[in-house]
Structures are given as structure tokens and as C-alpha cells.
Design a protein around this ligand. Structure first.
Ligand SMILES: Cc1ncc(COP(=O)(O)O)c(C=O)c1O
Length: 372
């Protein structure tokens, strides 16, 4: 990440100054360099610990033969495969370089200076960047019991609100909002507000009260769902995500989209993932077992945690999370601190393989014992 210079070029847009750079989970290579240790595990960015299946990897290796050519700018084959998978027409889908890129495009396509964006806090940080970049205010509505307070978010809507983000499950807490809560919100807010349902962790959810966002879209509501191949499908490094909405909503995103925004390997890999449903089933099962294990450990250690519908758990370690984070790093375990989310004693820990989970727990017990 580049450092802010002493003085920025006078011609750069004034809102660039207000952007807070995204701080990603620490890469393994950086920890190796800084601490001179190997055998590091990363439980910091909610990636799938197993990676894509051999069939998916094989399909991507074959696609390497064609990298001299530009990718299919329309993502024709992937869009068609997603349309079958989701049972929605192809004109309801836009594919992005990660769902991050679609959040960015939503900002460019929909926001003008003076508009407002409503989001929960703490939640995913990229919505605010889309608002600031486009000269808009981002209204942050505090979570209630670690969950989106949709009534308060509806109250925060003004005549200037263009986008309202619902992160479901929420990052960093892993909680969901229910169908009835979303129904109530949609009935309360004006039709013109575009509701963005960010469902990056959709495939992990098992709660029967989880809303079917595609049903809202089929009803003609002003809703866009965002999903990704970065999480359960294990393609985070390739950057591929997608949005689903009525064609006129999708059209505006295509208008601002880069012509070749999704690389050819990502397109082939994503199709291969959809053709391999076992990977999702296995991912869900391993994640469920890992979460159960982490909950049991938290209960044994007397550490409060937020029950999660995603592949991470928000744990109150009852100590300064930055200190715990540093001590875990020394032991080769990378997690996320809660201070960046306004919860200075929490850690957000991605569910790893059973071995990784056990190693995190051993390191955490050691660190907490030393801090006593
Ligand atoms: C809630 C949420 N939305 C979007 C993203 C971005 O995902 P992608 O890798 O598809 O850009 C993430 C990534 O962690 C996330 O947690």
C-alpha cells in the first residue's frame, strides 16, 4: 500500500484526501519477513482453508494456454452458467473483479455529490469508500446485539439516501438479519432507495430465517444481491464476484464497468466451481465443525463470542486485541483485531482446518495466560 505523500497533487480530486485506505489482513509473506518465522497460518481474511478442488485447479491450468488473448469482456459463459445456477435471466447478472469491484461500480453508477449512503457499523468497510469517493455522506447505524438494526437503518433514510447496504451475514460479527426484518425494512423505505444485500458468505448460512434476496428481485424490488467466489469457492486470489438485480439496475453498472474487468482464468475457475457442488457441501460441513469447536473452546476459556452464520467468529478475548494480535503473530498465527471495528477487546478469527483451529487455540491460551 502506498504511503500518503507530504503534499498531494493539487489537481487530484478533493475527496481523495478523505479516503481511509483499506488495511487488508496481513499477508503470510510479510509476517515471514518481519518475524523471520515460517509455518505461518492465516485466519485473517475469511478465506477457504482448503482451496479449490483438483477439478477446478485442472480447468484453470488448461485456461493458461489462452492467456495471450483478452478475456471475454461480457463473461458470456460464466453469466450463462450463473443464470442456470440461480434460475434468473442472464440480463439480471453482472460479474466483477471480486464483489468489491461491484461495490465500487455501484458508487460510480448511482452516487452524486450530496447523496447519502446508509450502512451498519461495524460492517464491511468498502461501502464508506464508495460514498466518500463520490462526495457522499455515509451514515453509519450502530449494530444492536452485534446485528444490523434495520428499524434504525430505515429511520436513517432521508430524501438524499440512494444506497442502503445490508451485510448478510455481517462482517465482522457473522450475524444475519431475518426475512421478516428485511420485509419490514423494504415496506418502510422509499422505493427509489437501492438496497444492496451483500451476501459474500451466503453459502455458509444455515439459519432457516435467512431471507431469499433473489425473491425480492423477482418481485421487482429495488434490491441488488452481491455474492462472491472468494469465500466458500476458494478463489479469493483470482477476484471474481457478481451482482444480481433487475436488468435496469444491472445496466447502470455495465455502463461504468471496465471492458475486461474479469480475467480469463477467473471466469473458467468460477464455472468449474459451479460444476462442483461437493466443494460447497464440504466447505459448509468443515466450517460448521470448526465453528462448533471454537465455540466450545470459548466457553471453556470463559470468552464471550458471537454465534456466527459465516466462516469466522468474533471473540471477546477480554484483553487489548492489538497486544493479543502481536503475540499471536509471534507464534505464526495471523488474525484480525477488533479495534478497527470499534471493539478493542475482540478478535475476528477465520475458521481454518482442524489443525489450524487447534494451533490458534494453543497460541491463544498461551498468550492469554502470559497476559494474566
Ligand atoms: C461482507 C463482504 N463483502 C464483500 C467482500 C469482498 O469480497 P470479494 O473478494 O468478492 O471482493 C468481503 C470480503 O471479505 C466481505 O467480507
Amino acid at each position: 500500500m502506498s504511503k500518503k505523500p507530504a503534499s498531494a497533487p493539487p489537481i487530484c480530486r478533493s475527496n481523495i484526501h478523505d479516503l481511509v485506505p483499506y488495511v487488508p489482513g496481513k499477508p503470510i509473506e510479510e509476517v515471514e519477513r518481519e518475524y523471520g518465522i515460517t509455518d505461518i497460518i492465516k485466519l485473517a481474511s475469511n478465506e477457504n482453508p482448503y482451496g479449490p478442488s483438483p477439478r477446478v485447479v485442472e480447468a484453470m491450468k488448461k485456461a493458461l494456454d489462452n492467456v495471450r488473448l483478452y478475456p471475454d469482456g461480457s463473461c458470456y459463459a460464466l453469466t450463462k452458467r450463473l443464470s442456470e445456477h440461480l434460475n434468473v435471466p442472464t440480463d439480471h447478472i453482472v460479474v466483477g473483479n471480486g464483489s468489491d469491484e461491484i461495490i465500487h461500480y455501484l458508487g460510480i453508477a448511482y452516487l452524486e455529490p450530496g447523496d447519502e449512503v446508509v450502512q451498519a457499523h461495524p460492517s464491511f468497510v468498502r461501502y464508506e469508500a464508495a460514498a466518500i469517493l463520490n462526495g457522499c455522506q455515509c451514515i453509519q447505524v450502530p449494530l444492536k446485539d452485534y446485528t444490523h438494526d434495520l428499524d434504525a437503518m430505515a429511520d436513517a433514510v432521508t430524501p438524499r439516501t440512494k444506497l442502503l447496504f445490508i451485510t448478510n451475514p455481517n462482517n465482522p460479527t457473522g450475524t444475519i438479519v431475518t426475512r421478516s426484518a428485511v420485509d419490514r425494512l423494504l415496506d418502510r423505505i422509499p422505493e427509489r432507495v437501492l438496497v444492496v444485500m451483500d451476501e459474500a458468505y451466503y453459502e455458509y448460512v444455515e439459519d432457516p430465517e435467512y431471507p431469499d434476496s433473489l425473491a425480492y428481485i423477482r418481485e421487482g424490488r429495488n434490491v441488488i444481491s452481491l455474492r462472491t467466489f472468494s469465500k466458500i469457492f476458494a478463489l479469493a486470489g483470482l477476484r471474481v464476484g457478481y451482482g444480481i438485480a433487475r436488468p435496469e439496475i444491472i445496466w447502470a453498472i455495465h455502463q461504468v464497468r471496465e471492458p475486461f474487468n474479469v480475467n480469463s482464468i477467473a471466469q473458467v475457475g468460477a464455472i468449474a466451481c459451479l460444476d462442483d457442488p461437493d466443494q460447497v457441501e464440504r466447505g459448509r460441513r468443515v466450517n460448521r465443525d470448526g465453528r462448533t469447536y471454537l465455540y466450545a473452546v470459548c466457553e471453556r476459556l470463559g470468552l464471550p463470542y458471537v454465534p456466527s452464520q459465516a466462516n469466522f467468529v468474533f471473540i471477546d478475548v477480554k484483553a487489548d486485541s492489538r497486544v493479543v494480535f502481536q503475540e499471536l503473530l509471534r507464534r505464526g498465527v495471523i488474525v484480525r483485531t477488533g479495534d478497527i471495528f470499534g471493539h478493542p477487546t475482540h478478535l475476528r478469527v477465520t475458521v481454518g482446518t482442524p489443525e489450524e483451529n487447534a494451533r490458534f487455540v494453543r497460541a491463544l491460551e498461551e498468550v492469554l495466560a502470559a497476559l494474566k
